[in-house]
Design a protein around this ligand. Structure first.
Ligand code: GDP
Length: 607
């Protein structure tokens, strides 16, 4: 079970005084000797030229023989290849680019290369967004002005690394996980609605948490005087989350239904952590909205100031169309049908206004605490007398699998960056489009630099490839970790993502109190990025459904309006047009702690 530490990346000083509390510190010093540093630098240089085609052991031996001089070491390796190449078919041939590496060499490698225990980056805190790179770092071709231009702008001076091996990605995806499609599910709802308990209990019933661990959580939560939180502790991993009894970060885990493999994201309900919730929701295909059926509690979560409405609006604006509503804590209201009906009719009305189709919203009465109607249909007579619909798991199983953009150029939005054992570093994130194989060269935007993919991990399993929809961890080499921030997009070097500080967008304004005027300051939430920005120009007001221009150059925008605006960000951000990549063309705007608008990118402007 892994937890995205993307919270570390946000620049919310007022919310997060001490970033390190969310996980591994990034402030520790390097614990690496000068000789090892020279070796790694030499190896990195060699890999930039050779990619991953030559075994580490060969590179290491050459580097050591040549006193860590990368040029000499490269010459040595290449002449070795030429020599062995002459002996075509001979048994003495050790390696050739593209051929699998013999296992014994790997063994030598681990004996020769000194292992570095948990390297972390010295004096660096990860911040969201990017520093403005100097003009020579980003070629002007990247600042493309319009969607109509071909999106195949090669990055000058970059080789594309190891040739991509032919892979029938669709067929491979079919084969993977027994043909079960992957579904990214986010759990949303007001704080204390019971999200963590519900999902923790569901995981326990599915056998994803063993009895011994569950017993441990029960004992520990009892000791801490929070016995009712035992199931929530399955998902709320950090000490502070347990102390405060709230989910702060987006927890991530995997479970299977009959027909799907589900990546579960438990989003924080507390309003202070909405930015994290946006990051989670931006990566979701479907959502489970949890509401508390207890008297007064549903109302508190649903009325102004509650998170039920805001979360539902957010997920819809971020592209989620299918929703299961768990009307939870039904045990608290004796499983009364009337209460269920009352809640579903109020919610139904609102969800329709928020843009959900009635046929895509499903209501399930549940009790996260007792486990009723989570995995199997309930046998509680008070419930079965009026409800014969699916359990929550059955509903999740019957969600339609999303269409993934596997045919488009590769895109991955970085949600975390960390140093692991060994050379290189790791990034995590969801692949939004295309696919990736180990050994490939990819481009990071910003800073517009390439690196090599050394390893791919999906749900703690090492893989040779991963595709759109997968939440992966990539081990990359040939680049300095300092250059990569949360919010960076890794992409296909031949078809890079756009980078800009100015773009046009169609926005839908939520229930805002202050009208929006030119120069209005906002926080742009775009995938894993949170970047200060301003509304630079108000272009036009549009008709909500027809899109027809109602007014040009309006002086201000007020609640509920649809408008075209121009947005200026402080630092460059990587984004795509909504019409090209739906997944990468959506964003949210926030202002002093409230979400004020949802938008889609319509035009990227030259800087
Ligand atoms: P979250 O903030 O939405 O993740 O809520 P939690 O899972 O932390 O639950 C908040 C409180 O509600 C805890 O004390 C839970 O034990 C309690 N709770 C959760 N689900 C139920 C339920 O179905 N019935 C009852 N009676 N209590 C519940």
């Amino acid at each position: 079970m892994s937890r995205h530490r993307n919270v570390r990346g946000y620049n919310y000083d007022e919310d997060f005084e001490d970033d390190d509390m969310y996980g591994q510190s990034v402030d520790d010093d390097y614990c690496i000797s000068p000789a090892t540093a020279k070796l790694y630098s030499c190896l990195d240089h060699m890999r930039t030229v050779l990619g991953e085609t030559v075994p580490d052991s060969v590179l290491t031996q050459a580097a050591m023989r040549c006193g860590f001089d990368p040029h000499k070491a490269l010459d040595a390796v290449l002449s070795e290849d030429t020599k062995t190449g002459k002996n075509k078919g001979s048994k003495t041939r050790k390696w050739l680019p593209g051929l699998p590496v013999d296992a014994p060499h790997n063994k030598v490698d681990s004996e020769v290369v000194p292992k570095v225990a948990r390297m972390t980056v010295s004096g660096k805190k990860q911040t969201m967004g990017f520093d403005v790179p100097s003009s020579d770092q980003i070629p002007s071709s990247i600042y493309r002005s319009n969607a109509d231009e071909p999106s195949t702008v090669p990055t000058p001076g970059r080789s594309s690394g190891k040739a991509r091996q032919a892979l029938n990605i669709k067929a491979e995806l079919e084969k993977r996980q027994g043909g079960k499609p992957l579904l990214n599910l986010v759990v949303i709802g007001h704080v204390d609605a019971g999200k963590s308990t519900l999902m923790g209990h569901l995981l326990y019933l599915l056998g994803n948490v063993n009895k011994r661990t569950m017993h441990k959580y029960e004992q520990e939560s009892k000791k801490a005087g929070k016995a009712s939180f035992a199931y929530a502790w399955v998902l709320d991993e950090t000490g502070e989350e347990r102390d405060r009894g709230v989910t702060m970060d987006v927890g991530m885990t995997k479970f299977e239904t009959n027909s799907k493999v589900v990546t579960l994201m438990d989003a924080p309900g507390h309003k202070d952590f909405i930015p994290n919730m946006i990051t989670g929701a931006a990566q979701a295909d479907v959502a489970v909205l949890v509401v508390d059926a207890s008297r007064g509690e549903f109302e508190a979560g649903f009325e102004a100031g509650g998170q039920t409405r805001e979360h539902a609006l957010l997920v819809r604006s971020l592209g989620v169309t299918q929703l299961a509503v768990a009307v939870n804590k039904m045990d608290q209201v004796n499983w009364q049908q009337e209460r269920f009906k009352d809640i579903t009719s109020k919610l139904g009305h609102f969800l329709k206004q928020a843009g959900f189709k009635e046929s895509d919203v499903f209501y399930i009465p549940t009790s996260g605490l007792s486990g009723e109607n989570l995995v199997t249909r309930s046998s509680v007579s008070q419930l079965t007398s009026w409800y014969s619909g699916p359990s929550l798991l059955e509903q999740i199983d019957s969600f339609k699998a999303p269409q993934r953009s596997v045919d488009k150029p590769f895109r991955l939005c970085v949600s975390d960056v960390f140093k692991d054992q060994g050379s290189g570093f790791c990034v995590t994130g969801k692949i939004e489009a295309g696919y990736i194989q180990t050994g490939e060269k990819i481009l990071a935007m910003p800073p517009n630099e390439t690196c090599n993919v050394k390893g791919i991990t999906l749900h703690d399993e090492a893989l040779d490839w991963a595709a759109a929809g997968d939440h992966v961890s990539l081990t990359v080499t040939g680049m300095d970790i300092i250059k990569i921030n949360v919010g960076c997009v890794f992409c296909d070097p031949k078809e890079p993502i756009r980078v800009c500080t100015r773009f046009r967008a169609r926005i839908l304004l939520f229930n805002i109190e202050v009208p929006i005027t030119q120069g209005f300051p906002v926080l742009l939430h775009y995938h894993t990025v949170s970047e200060p920005a301003t509304i630079r120009k108000l272009i036009s007001v549009l008709h909500k459904s027809s899109g027809e221009v109602l007014k040009k150059k309006p002086k201000c925008l007020s609640k509920g309006m649809n408008a075209i605006v121009e947005i200026q960000t402080q630092r460059p951000v990587s984004l795509e047009l909504y019409k090209d990549y739906k997944e990468l063309g959506r964003f949210m705007l926030r202002y002093v702690g409230s979400t004020i608008a949802a938008g889609v990118v319509t035009e990227v402007k030259c800087t």
